[in-house]
Design a protein around this ligand. Sequence first.
Ligand code: DQA
Length: 151
Amino acid sequence: MSTVLVLNGPNLNLLGTREPAIYGSTTLADVEALCRVEAGKHGLGVDFRQSNHEGVLVDWIHEAGRGVAAGTVKGLVFNAGAYTHTSLALADAVKATGVPLIEVHISNVHAREPVRHHSFLSPVARGIIVGFGPLGYALAIAALATLPAKA
Ligand code: DQA
């Protein structure tokens, strides 16, 4: 079974209690559950992870790249949190591996502070889903599922 790697960056482990007026009350465990339901509809497995450390996320993108090359990984759904706005290293990792990426943000980053309007990941993403809350993760999995299988 092909797998979708769902990566979550810094502070997303605090979902549910973190700034609920912006991010809601859904926990990261709830997000994982909804990802599993959505992926199941498409015959995909889910590998769901969170880290507060940029280098760990880089390593996981490399791992995803190897999985894509081997045909075991369909692609990457990535909410990089604040690293979205700061990390050339994460964008380089996506570029270097060629892993199909859907960028997700729970909040509408474009309706927030100007510093959140720029994303290093958007130029290397297949698509971007922002502002739909946790549903964005399911939409991203559905989008990845439409990509043609690796030849
Ligand atoms: C976020 C938006 C980012 O600007 C912020 O730093 C986050 C969460 C979102 O899901 O809305 O940590 O990626």
